[in-house]
Design a protein around this ligand. Structure first.
Ligand SMILES: CC(C)(COP(=O)(O)OP(=O)(O)OC[C@H]1O[C@@H](n2cnc3c(N)ncnc32)[C@H](O)[C@@H]1OP(=O)(O)O)[C@@H](O)C(=O)NCCC(=O)NCCS
Length: 172
């Protein structure tokens, strides 16, 4: 068998693996992430999967945004909207196609859920074209009538939204 121990006794194969391994993690968004956040959600906005967000809107709420980082590049994001009275909404969950399947979506959901619990939110909503993904994370589907009025009022009017979407909720 080939000896993979290099100079100084380093395990060369392991070292190379460590140097080439992808690094991905989720962190709080910073103001300088805003343009990249808009790019990440932009692809899905164009496909009517996500609602558009303005630059000012993201900047105003930057403390409630998280980003997924893959090898130093922002490739995903999610936001928490806190309506008070124990109601919250997970918004704008997205990961660029090239970074799918690495668990970044899940980590973003977890980051938002953790913060929602910290804020004593007891019901977290997600209005989505992609109910299957939220169901994987314990959300259950509700009828649109069960979505509190405050969520409708805060968004683009329901009737103007393309495809409307499924109402999902997670009780915390
Ligand atoms: C949904 C999304 C955020 C998932 O991101 P991701 O980083 O690939 O997610 P994860 O790596 O945590 O999970 C991937 C797993 O979820 C599964 N999955 C993805 N979409 C799914 C769906 N609609 N229903 C069920 N499972 C789904 C994948 O098949 C994969 O399964 P596996 O782990 O068994 O192989 C990403 O696909 C995305 O940005 N989609 C477009 C935007 C969107 O729909 N956002 C949610 C609505 S607001």
């Amino acid at each position: 068998m080939t000896d993979r121990t290099g100079p100084g006794g380093l395990r060369m194969a392991g070292t190379i693996a460590a140097l080439t391994a992808d690094s991905s993690y989720v962190r709080h968004a910073r103001r300088r992430d805003v343009d990249r956040i808009l790019e990440v959600i932009g692809t899905y906005v164009a496909r009517h999967v996500l609602l558009a967000r303005t630059r000012d809107e993201v900047l105003d709420e930057i403390a409630s945004w998280w980003v997924g980082d893959l090898n130093g590049e922002v490739v995903g994001c999610a936001a928490l909207r806190d309506f008070g009275a124990g109601l919250g909404e997970l918004r704008s969950l997205s990961v660029v196609a090239a970074a799918h399947g690495r668990g970044l979506g899940e980590s973003l959901v977890h980051a938002v859920v953790r913060e929602a619990r910290r804020r004593a939110i007891t019901r977290l909503f997600a209005i989505t074209r992609n109910p299957g993904y939220f169901a994987r994370h314990g959300f259950i589907e509700l009828s649109i009538d069960e979505v509190p009025e405050i969520l409708h009022a805060d968004r683009v009017p329901w009737s103007r939204r393309s495809g409307a979407g499924h109402a999902m909720a997670l009780d915390l």
